[in-house]
Structure formats: structure tokens, C-alpha cells
Ligand binder design. Structure first.
Ligand code: ACO
Length: 137
């Protein structure tokens, strides 16, 4: 494993980001389930935190990949969002986010939503800069 690969492995572990939330009425829709736009905003935030923890540089969102809403998330659930860096380019990072749902009064959980978000590290002029300076590709 090269020094860059070792550093990517180390930072990937350190930057994993988990956020747990209760799904209460302000975040639900007319189906009494979590509003998709709210889920997307939460996923975007978790992915941004994971990417920032990875490189500790100013980042902008460049794209979001396919988002799959596999199961509805009922009001009164607990959700956990997990963001992990899954790809490291020269100036970009890709973060996968999984959203798990669990009942308040039952054991077990299932994956309800997944998707990914890409970020680019930028300087003061908003020009792309390497996410791992000092670890050449
Ligand atoms: C956190 C926030 O809320 S930010 C707000 C929302 N985001 C923004 O406003 C960003 C607006 N976009 C921009 O400023 C520009 O497009 C930038 C800075 C992101 C990229 O500038 P570009 O001149 O296109 O950069 P360039 O073509 O050199 O690509 C830079 C990197 O982005 C990657 N990239 C570019 N477009 C995409 C895309 N659509 N999807 C995934 N990666 C992309 C490139 O592959 C490259 O990655 P690499 O260096 O790891 O190989």
C-alpha cells in the first residue's frame, strides 16, 4: 500500500459521520412519513461533514448521484444517517450516505435511503485544489 493509500484509509475511518434523529411532525409530509426533501437536506449535511473531516479544506458540492428511496420512514421513527468517503480523486471526494430506520419500540432496523454526494476542494478564488496535498497521486 502506498503512503497515499494508507492516508486515505486512515482518514476514511476518522471521517465516518453518524447522525441520529427522531422523525417528528415538523419533518413529515401528508403521508405522515419523512418528507423526501428533508431527508435529502440531512444527507447533504452528513456527507458535507464527512468530506470536510476527511480533508479539512473548504469544499463545494459538485454533484449528487442517484438517491434511492427504498422504504418510507414513518413519523415516530428513529433514523440514523451514516456518511463515508468512498472515492478520493485529485481535487474531489465522493461520500456515500445510508439512512437506516428503526421503530421506537422494536429492535432491528433497515436501510431506507441511500445516495452519494461529490465535493471539490477549492481555494479563495473557488479554483479546485488537491484534497490531499503532500500525497501525490
Ligand atoms: C457546500 C455547498 O453548499 S456548495 C454550494 C453548491 N455548489 C456550488 O456552488 C459549486 C459550483 N461549481 C463550481 O464552482 C465548479 O463547478 C467546481 C469548483 C465545483 C469545479 O470546477 P471545474 O472547473 O468544473 O473543475 P474541474 O473540471 O477541474 O474538476 C474538478 C474535480 O471535480 C470533478 N467533477 C467535476 N464535475 C463533476 C461532476 N458533475 N460530478 C462529479 N465530479 C465532478 C472532476 O472530476 C475533478 O475531480 P478530480 O480532480 O478529483 O479528478
Amino acid at each position: 500500500m502506498t503512503p497515499r493509500e494508507q492516508e486515505i484509509q486512515r482518514r476514511t475511518q476518522l471521517s465516518e459521520t453518524r447522525v441520529t434523529k427522531a422523525v417528528f411532525p415538523p419533518t413529515t409530509n401528508h403521508h405522515n412519513t419523512l418528507f423526501g426533501g428533508t431527508a435529502l437536506a440531512w444527507m447533504d449535511e452528513v456527507s458535507f461533514i464527512a468530506a470536510t473531516r476527511f480533508c479539512r479544506l473548504p469544499l463545494v458540492t459538485v454533484s449528487s448521484d442517484r438517491i434511492d428511496f427504498k422504504h418510507a420512514i414513518p413519523a415516530g421513527s428513529i433514523v440514523e444517517l451514516i456518511g463515508r468517503v468512498v472515492k478520493v480523486g485529485n481535487t474531489s471526494l465522493k461520500v456515500e450516505v445510508e439512512v437506516f430506520v428503526e421503530g421506537l419500540y422494536q429492535e432491528g432496523r433497515e436501510r431506507a435511503i441511500s445516495g452519494s454526494f461529490s465535493f471539490v476542494a477549492v481555494d479563495e478564488q473557488q479554483k479546485p485544489v488537491p484534497v490531499l496535498p503532500g500525497f501525490a497521486q
